[in-house]
Write a protein that binds this ligand. Sequence first.
Ligand code: PLP
Length: 436
Amino acid sequence: MTPSTDRNVELFERARERIPGGVNSPVRAFRAVGGTPRFVQRAEGAWFWDANGQRYIDYIGSWGPMILGHGHPAVVEAVQQAVLDGFSFGAPTEREVQLAETIVKLVPTMDMVRLVSSGTEAAMSAIRLARGATGRKHLIKFEGCYHGHADALLVKAGSGLATFGNPTSAGVPPEVAQHTIVLEYNNLEQLEEAFARHGADIACLMIEPIAGNMNFVRATVPFMRRCRELCDRHGALLVFDEVMTGFRVALGGAQSLYGRAIPGFRPDITVLGKVIGGGMPLAAFGGPRAIMEQLAPLGPVYQAGTLSGNPIATACGLATLEQIAQPGFYDTLAARTQSLVDGLSLLARSEGIDFSADCEGGMFGFFLLPELPQNYRTVMTSDGARFNRLFHGLLERGVYIAPALYEAGFVSAAHTDEDIATTLEAAREVFATLRA
Ligand SMILES: *Cc1c(COP(=O)(O)O)cnc(C)c1O
């Protein structure tokens, strides 16, 4: 296809005229891998079609929400019904109550939830709540974890051990970042040091329990246990950012997995998004009643939203949660994901390519590294140029994985054994070209 007949190229040119970088969220621009982003025309099940009518097997699924695949009939039906009743009222609806009840039933460490419209908003509000509830200023985050783009979270590690961070974005004053302590993921020594130095001032420790924004890296069980112990000892709140892992790695989220490994384990505040909206703008944060009642209108911590608990989004979320709560849903999904990961590992190794991979539920990650990395620094030692060849090789063969090596992948319930086989066949061809 020549550029002049390539609709993706044409649209991207138009987009760049009127939208910075041509996209409304940076990773979509393909900057890391080069080339032209695919403009999606429509999607169905495990597939989408780009502006040229080219079909792809989709392993992004809107970065996680589309756990049922695209256009699940029950979800489409629920949304169509909801649209007829009205788009937004700025007044409470029964579906908000139903969704809150459903979420709390599935994630029982929460007594109450507040619905918002994006993961960024939920994480930002959770931090304000943690600061309000504890009367403290500092927060701990980990390098490579992403919690949305609120100012206090766009921070990288400072120069010393357990010191305060520096902004990673222009427009964030250093003063805003000075209460954020950035530590290395899975690094017990830094964790101990941060609490030893600043424990009395730490409002919360925020963590992705399985980090999906540095590809796929699990917090080890001893690390997570120590996070819980140190928060308890110092009166800090443990905030689980499960925007990506919630209803994705298991019905009860990553916290249900750590709860099985660590007796009595629970986060204090949970942040949810992505799957709970089923593809619509919807997110939430929740926790114990005593903490959640600190929020306005009951308590002194202000938080609000014109479109929060939107009636179409809640209909989409409820219909999605109803499907995934059916018995056996995660067993089937996890088996399908595992078969992809096992297949890729086998093919890569047979070509002599350094490769490691992991998965949980419908989420997976792989690295062109001999062993699974434990932190961001190691993730970033991956060979970017090689990853880009892999990415474009798969894309040319109709397989769409994340256009950056630090992103996780997602399998949906609509991916069939045949889709996995097609993907592995494409991967076999691409791995052969990578060997050199
Ligand atoms: C996607 C994501 C966010 C941000 O959610 P948005 O809806 O993009 O604002 C926050 N935390 C985690 C772990 C995420 O994966």
